[in-house]
Write a protein that binds this ligand. Structure first.
Ligand code: FO1
Length: 320
């Protein structure tokens, strides 16, 4: 916990939440800011749902369902059954306890609080000391371009189970969206030590964050190491549709394929031991290790390894 400097982690849902949780186990609360994708947010049953924020919050509070990957452990589904009985939409399942999050978040947003304020308030109530910051307090909505035409993110991801072929992704509202104040503060922090791209989907989860006006420029201008943790293991994704999407785009499901989405932003890469061959012939600094995070012990172990790897990286001097 005595490491110098401030770390900024960029995260999406499940994989991002796992590494973020590991980082909270090895970094003090004031040494880490976790910025979370909100491109997956949408209005459902009149409620504001922020799936990635909730995945990170529930993981840090130890309340997440580790098997399903989203929502709360020990959840019940009576409200959804009642919705279905009345002919309402039940394709997106809001658990009975999870509903409280969406009800209260929606109420507080309607009353004028920002998503950052509501997220921080819920984190405090759940005993989380580390900062969880939505990428923006302005609405950004991911829209997936498919072989069947454009689909709102959750229609593509949940309703259609990612079956339509992926052609690209856009972010409604992004041109007018400002990075959240907590995100800008972390980017401007003189103590900023490194930026960690968590093992989240590079297109669905991290691209929205990196596409916010000014973010890419600010990240590059900081001249601190940007370290990506690969979500791929031996040619497949640990979870979710990332591998299917890359194949549909003709991009190899390898660390090299991952880097193709970051346009030179990444300085160093953490890959799974299965991909160690790639690491040894890469021109980037690379660490090959066990990247599977089966439980909080694995999450802390990988976080510790990522931070030690950052400590050993050659320094980036201004103008280098
Ligand atoms: N994912 C599903 O596959 N099916 C669901 O019914 C579903 C409901 C849901 C409710 C709340 C929440 O916070 C997340 C939920 N997710 C569900 C996960 C979510 O749609 C995706 O995992 C993320 O958007 C991708 O990171």
């Amino acid at each position: 916990m005595s490491r110098d400097g401030h770390f900024l982690a960029l995260a999406g849902g499940v994989g991002g939440a796992k590494l973020a949780n590991g980082l909270t186990q090895v970094l003090a609360a004031d040494a880490l800011t976790i910025v979370v994708n909100t491109g997956d947010d949408f209005e459902h049953l009149g409620l504001h749902v922020s799936p990635d924020i909730d995945s990170v919050t529930y993981a840090l509070a130890g309340l997440n369902d580790p098997v399903r990957g989203w929502g709360l452990a020990g959840e019940s589904w009576n409200a959804m059954r009642a919705v279905a009985r009345l002919g309402g939409p039940d394709w997106f399942a809001l658990g009975d306890h999870d509903l409280a999050t969406h009800l209260l978040r929606s109420q507080r947003l309607r009353a004028g609080e920002t998503l950052s304020q509501v997220t921080a308030a819920f984190a405090r109530r759940l005993g989380i000391g580390h900062r969880i910051v939505p990428m923006s307090d302005d609405p950004v909505r991911s829209v997936v371009d498919t072989d069947e035409g454009p689909l709102p993110f959750q229609d593509y991801f949940v309703r259609r189970r990612c079956e339509p072929a992926f052609r690209g992704i856009g972010f409604d509202g992004i041109a007018d969206a400002r990075p959240a104040v907590g995100f800008l503060d972390a980017l401007a922090d003189p103590q900023l030590r490194a930026i960690v791209l968590c093992p989240s989907n590079p297109l669905l989860s991290l691209r929205p964050i990196l596409s916010l006006p000014g973010v890419d420029e600010r990240l590059r201008a900081r001249r601190v190491p940007v370290v990506a943790v690969s979500p791929f293991v031996g040619g497949d994704a640990v979870k979710g549709p990332a591998a299917k999407i890359l194949r549909e785009l003709g991009v190899p499901v390898t660390p090299e394929g991952l880097l193709s989405f970051y346009d030179g932003l990444v300085d160093a890469l953490v890959v799974d031991a299965c991909d160690a061959d790639w690491a040894s012939c890469s021109r980037l600094s690379a660490l090959a290790t066990d990247t599977l995070m089966r439980d909080p012990g694995d999450q802390a172990r990988l976080a510790r390894e990522v931070l030690a790897f950052i400590d050993d990286l050659p320094g980036r001097s201004a103008g280098a």
